[in-house]
Design a protein around this ligand. Structure first.
Ligand code: SF4
Length: 222
């Protein structure tokens, strides 16, 4: 047994070092667990298993969800569970209201306005709601061709989508721009254009599919 002398508030005491070691160890601060979004295996999550074909919100004529004036559809349900998610309520597949023919007709009528540049899909997770999103983007291409552009946000990153189910690949093929990747709280940067964290990318989809590698949107400023 070894003793050392310590001074507490002007008082001198002798303490057994074995006791002290135990106390120091007991008071060591707990390591903070870093919470991270979930990482699915390819085809682990399928829209057919999760989507309730519901939408959390529809916002016509906004200026924030991509380039120009846009109509934004927020679908319900997302499994990534990113800490700090900007729309946590929409992670629930049952949140909101059903997607209806009436709403679809309204979106098409709104998009027909000459000052509207295009549609934006957000969520929730559009690629886990392909029943709704494919139906809408197909109609947009039928009615407007490529005179209206289509943007989508996703928690998947580009390489993950390429390895996933055929409905996800089909939706990707209708897009002009994809903003990819989970929201990573430690990489949050509010100065970025249309993104919340610096791992996310604004991808030119047709050029990326043509060239077989990710091509970043050529209007990216920051
Ligand atoms: S991917 Fe988007 S909607 Fe899904 S949890 Fe992450 S931030 Fe929220």
């Amino acid at each position: 047994m070894a003793e050392i002398r310590i001074s507490v508030g002007g008082d001198t005491r002798f303490v057994d070092t074995n006791d002290l070691a135990g106390k120091v160890q007991a008071k060591r601060p707990k390591r903070r667990k870093i919470r991270e979004p979930k990482n699915p295996k390819p085809m682990e999550w399928l829209a057919q298993d999760y989507s309730q074909e519901k939408i959390a919100d529809y916002k016509p004529f906004n200026f924030v969800d991509g380039e120009g004036v846009r109509c934004s559809l927020y679908v319900s349900g997302c499994l990534f569970a990113c800490p700090g998610c900007y729309n946590k309520a929409a992670q629930n597949f049952n949140y909101g209201r059903p997607y209806t023919q009436e709403l679809e007709d309204q979106i098409i009528a709104d998009l027909a306005q000459p000052y509207v540049q295009g549609l934006t899909l957000l969520g929730g997770e559009p690629f886990l709601n392909t029943q709704v999103c494919l139906r809408l983007v197909k109609r947009i291409r039928q009615e407007f061709g490529h005179s209206k552009d289509i943007w989508s946000w996703t928690g998947y990153d580009w390489d993950e989508l390429l390895q996933d189910s055929s409905d996800k690949l089909e939706l990707l093929s209708y897009l002009d721009i994809l903003v990819d990747g989970r929201f990573m709280e430690p990489l949050m940067d509010l100065t970025l254009q249309f993104r919340g964290s610096s791992n996310q990318r604004i991808i030119d989809v047709p050029r990326s599919l043509n060239q077989g590698e990710v091509v970043i949107w050529d209007k990216l400023e920051r």
